[in-house]
Design a protein around this ligand. Sequence first.
Ligand code: AHR
Length: 556
Amino acid sequence: MKRRQFIESAIGASALIITGRASARFAAARQSRSADSRIEILLNEPVGRIAPEIYGHFAEHLGGVVYDGIWVGEDSKVPNVGGIRKALIDALQRIKPSVVRWPGGCFADSYNWHDGVGPRSQRPRRTNFWRDASEWPKGVADGPWNYDTNQFGTNEFMRFCRLIGAQPYVAANVRSLTARDFYEWAEYCNSPAGTTTLADLRAAGGDREPFKVRFWGVGNESWGCGGNFTPEEYAAEYRRFTEWVPKFGIEPAFIGAGPNSGDLDWTRRFFTKMNERRALGRMWGWALHHYSWNVSGGRTSDWRQGKGDALKYPEEEWYELLRESDRMESLITDHWSVMAENDRQHRVKLVVDEWGAWYRPGTEAHTTHLFGQQSTMRDAVLAALTLNTFNRHADKVAMANVAQLINCLQSLFLAYGDKFVATPTFHVFAMYAAHQGGQSVRTVCSAPRPSYSRNGQPASVRGLSESASLLDRRLVLTIANPDATQARMAEIAIRGAVAKSIKNIVLAARDIHAYNSFESPRSVEPVETQMATSRLGSLVLEFPPASVTRLELMLE
Ligand code: AHR
């Protein structure tokens, strides 16, 4: 079965060798030895500003994401702020979550926003899009995961965004609502207090002032669950939905439902059709979805058969998953080239609003958490590889949203009742937050490629993965070492400046399968080292196997 079918249903004055506190834990990697890798940071070659929105999130009404994960209700024993899980708010505030996409995913094209406004006690219960998913374990109880109570609607989502300091990104229903419903949702969210009946309804729900929503998704996966359109049909729908939407002083950033991974045909035909009608100016972003799921080593491309387990994986599956995720680089550059055929100036940017690892069921925190899965060091390295890629392509990628925030696919958190834990992926987001708003600068990396046996044949993946950004005189460099067993010793050369101090933070574990659980929430967490030096132009640093490192260097 295909996923599509499934959806349809400078060397300077001195050099220094560092083996930080974290890496010192790895006996095998402790010997001082000469560098086998090299990373050059070209400060005078800017790529583009790293949009904070690249560090975005995604929350869908799916399994345990909203009900249980985000929303526990005001009367819950679980500590909450107006019904929203407090532990989640506290944790998110630490990582600058720039933007949250909601309410789906596939759910978005079945969601009637009218159901989720007005007094909570009077809101209707509706069948959730995911109710009939075949992945549900047998005997799952009924609840808001299959019959949505609409307790978490527009006002609740906007309050969640305000509490965590994120911008809202609302995905509108194109498959089963009208263009009028779309512009009325914009009116409900953004019309000034007291001007419209919908602004009064919003005020009655507790929010007199407009939400000032800027990001609007025009459908989701319109090639599949979002309507099974052809690119030409979807282009017509897109134009109709965006032809008139009231602005209220906020220029809407409309985001088109883009391709599934490498589907260049969807991008080419949609852009061609839009250009024929001179309508590309009405699009801010083009949404690419890419999940890393097939760890079969080429044995199958079946959507179910190709998946592996989140916790139990042989070394081959470690590498296969990282290889899948590292396709992100060519996906970005390939779609970007095709977009240029009709959009030479590149006014439309890429929005990777669903990305992450997808495993087979079995490691969810609770049976009601459809697509819930554990998250290990493998997911942390996957996240680091992907975020490095986005940073290196900061001129092309305007937003990205990891799928999904809590209790789902590559999640930052798992929660059930009053239990709550942050995954290794959370720690990567916490480490990488320092890139937000920085100027991405070009890097050149050479490192030996880890080799492995792929279905009996020799294969290899990228050596080190890196990205660098500069904000004022602070240089942030993030590096992932995908090698499951070997540490790398890399010479890092800063071209164009010298550094006066360095801070090193490393996320690593003895076992590539390490993860955090409710019982052992701190099995995987970063370790920080502070180093002071004078006129540091290059350094040699050891990167433990299967690790993620962030260096913060203050430049002279
Ligand atoms: O993230 C889970 C689902 O994956 C989303 O609802 C859909 O857009 C994608 O296929």
